[in-house]
Design a protein around this ligand. Structure first.
Ligand code: BT5
Length: 262
């Protein structure tokens, strides 16, 4: 299947026209002991975002989940999510869309002059429109990841009017449909390159920094321990956002991040 898909990456591809959720399917394959599979679908009928939020995945998208069993400690797992964001950004840039990453896992398109425009703001990030989202699920012991499923949802050839407010798509940004097969192949190849060894993983944070929209901006992060507000200054191993607040420098490991007006 990898060859039929024209893929230069170490995954076999399971393609479905229609599926409940590619992440669910990848988890099933994980339970069967499988690895190195990418589940790709045209349409999902029951897809999920983080924290059990709904993810809209009509026909025309690139909805995929990559199942691997990386030989790394569980503490480094967040790097795979960041790698998927980098890979998605690079695949978008290859078709001419200037995508950037909002910490930790949203891929956005910021339009000229939109950064301060209230009309263009939304819950997913002021001034940025959400092109893609990533949902990572895993199981393992502290010293080693068991299985890891990284689910990537990209609004490819979809009319943004049919998506939640604040969303955009590749076709809308490009003015024409994109070759989804090629886009998916680029994404998977780039992801494999960034994650195929512990040494390769060392390159994820530098690559992420170069493509980040969040760094240098005022942010408000909703975390399990409360709101953290300040200036995002860096991302640190294994994917924490470093925020300068009035109370000093803090590291945030998980949460919803909103870009504030400067
Ligand atoms: C995410 O969640 O951004 C992760 C989305 C992961 C989806 C992929 S598709 C392949 C794989 N299979 C799955 O079942 N899931 C993964 P989060 O950060 O929680 O953002 C969810 C929020 O984004 C929703 O509450 C909506 O506001 C918004 N949203 C929903 N669908 C959207 C879309 N298609 N485009 C842009 N925004 C959307």
């Amino acid at each position: 299947p990898g060859i039929a898909f024209g893929l230069d990456a170490p995954y076999s591809v399971e393609y479905r026209d229609r599926i409940g959720s590619t992440n669910e399917r990848a988890r099933e394959l994980a339970a069967e002991g499988k690895s190195d599979v990418a589940v790709v679908a045209d349409e999902q009928t029951g897809s999920r975002g983080r924290l059990d939020r709904e993810w809209m995945a009509p026909s025309g998208g690139v909805w995929l989940s990559i199942l691997t069993r990386p030989d790394v400690p569980t503490a480094r797992a967040p790097l795979f999510t960041l790698a998927a964001a980098v890979a998605t950004t690079d695949a978008a840039r290859e078709v001419g869309v200037d995508a950037r990453i909002k910490w930790p896992n949203d891929v956005l398109v910021e339009r000229e002059g939109s950064a301060a425009g209230a009309d263009d703001s939304d819950a997913t990030g002021r001034g940025g429109r959400k092109l893609a989202g990533i949902l990572t699920e895993m199981e393992g012991e502290a010293d080693r990841v068991g299985w890891l499923v990284v689910g990537v949802g990209v609004n490819a050839n979809i009319d943004p009017e049919t998506l939640p407010a604040g969303a955009t798509s590749l076709s809308d940004e490009c003015g024409a449909p994109v070759d989804r097969r090629r886009f998916a192949a680029t994404l998977l190849e780039r992801y494999a390159e960034l994650t195929d060894s512990p040494e390769a993983l060392d390159g994820v944070l530098p690559a992420w920094r170069e493509r980040a929209s969040t760094l240098g901006r005022r942010v408000r992060v909703d975390t399990a321990d409360g709101i953290v507000e300040g200036t995002a200054v860096d991302v640190a191993e294994p994917g924490a956002l470093v925020v300068d607040t009035d109370e000093g420098r803090q590291r945030v490991h998980a949460g919803d991040c909103e870009h504030l007006r400067d």
